[in-house]
Design a binder for this molecule. Sequence first.
Ligand code: GLU
Length: 526
Amino acid sequence: MIRTRFAPSPTGYLHVGGLRTALYCYLFARKNNGKFLLRIEDTDQERFVEGAVENLLETLKWVGLEYDEGPLENGSEKGKYGPYIQSKRTETYKKHADELLAKGAAYRCFCTKDRLDDMRARQTANKQAPMYDRHCLNLPDSEIQAKLKAGEIFVIRQKIPYETIKFNDMIRGNVQFDGKTIDDQVLVKSDGFPTYHLANVVDDHLMEITHVIRGEEWLPSTPKHIALYRAFGWTPPEFAHIPLLLNADKTKLSKRQGHVSVEEYINAGYLREAIINFVTFLGWHPGSGNENEIYTLQDLEKIFTLEKVHKAGAIFNIEKLDWFNWRWQKQKHTETLEKLAKEIDPEVKIEETRPGQFKYIFDTQENEDIFLAKRGKILLEICNKHLDKKSIKDEKQLLKALVTVEEKILRSPKEIKENIEFYFELPHYEKDLLTHEKLGVDYKVAKESVKAATEDLEKLDKWTPASLEKALQKTVEKLHVQNGQVFWPARAALSGLKFSPGVFELAWVLGKKETLKRLKKAYELL
Ligand code: GLU
């Protein structure tokens, strides 16, 4: 049975690269009916961060990555290979370190910090790569015993075999390292705690991990691990090293160039579906012939393969995340609206006017009004935290305004303020805005259109997008002009902007009084 594990060191937050590793481990296990484990690698006591494990578990839960074995939020665990927290397994590591010592695959090193510093300085001066010089490799047993008796501090180092260490990586193919270039790794620190290397290999073996899927930054550690498996007489698992995450300038993804913790994206309001979809596609693609890029976690569980993971580094492109988020927002929103519309009126007619664009046709104006108000409320929830509500007095009007910029809210809720403020305060605009050469609107046409539109709307009582459309259509007919020759100047007059929602929607949100006021202002300007 396939068994994978996500083995984070709790740093206080979940890195997006960590989430990707977790996702690939999870998906690979699910696709192959295997098991997915969570193991906490917290042997580095110096880097202990309060609450880090809890935070990690919470984030994984939010994302929806369920593991079959591992620590739980209430402090207990599930699975029979535990404990799954390395700091609770120190005895196991000790036993295995002793075994390596007895086999001659590891040795005690009593070198002081000063000696090691001198050694490194000498090596650097001689343009050699700093590496332990094996000063303690062949200490006579009597000397070791005497030092131990005297209470001298020591670490345990791995004796890296001086040979070529080869292995097959499922993503990178054949990889080989020359043992002579690999430092004799510390396996047990002077405080008695194991390093990552020892604990990781011992646990992967004892937990019967079949596939180690991890970031490429661990590739240079793998020959050390292979050497440990051999020393213990164990069969190593399969390895798959996934490509680095890069900034747009192709440097390694760093905090300096943007957010790297999943929590920050959660707090910024990104949807979990979008985060999963985006992160999985960092360095993986279902392959040609699969144009669809929108997948749920459940979809991905069925199609994920390691063969489709790319070798090259994956660029972390925030615009792409925004794109996924918009697609997911839109999908969810469309479903919500359909449900809402049918709740209000089971007989509602839903027409797709353009791909992904739906019109909801109700029998009565009352139902339509209820629908619009609720639709506005749903949008308000999406962009609520980005709104400055102090400047908005009329909530009914706000809800209508939100409906008119629905696409923009779904695409980028952060920009909501800029997108609706013109409703509450007409921006300053130049007279030129009211004209449009291509549409055949010069000053004269603009002036006549604005005047006629004002007169026709003044007479209008029922103020809905549909009745407004009817009324302005009549204005067009009366003046014997093209639609754009009335709609453009009227729209520009109502928004003060080059781009905005359409004129009927604008007038509907602004209400009769404000609409007429803005039209009159344009007329005066002309
Ligand atoms: N604890 C390591 C980390 O923080 C795990 C590396 C591995 O998967 O072997 O990434």
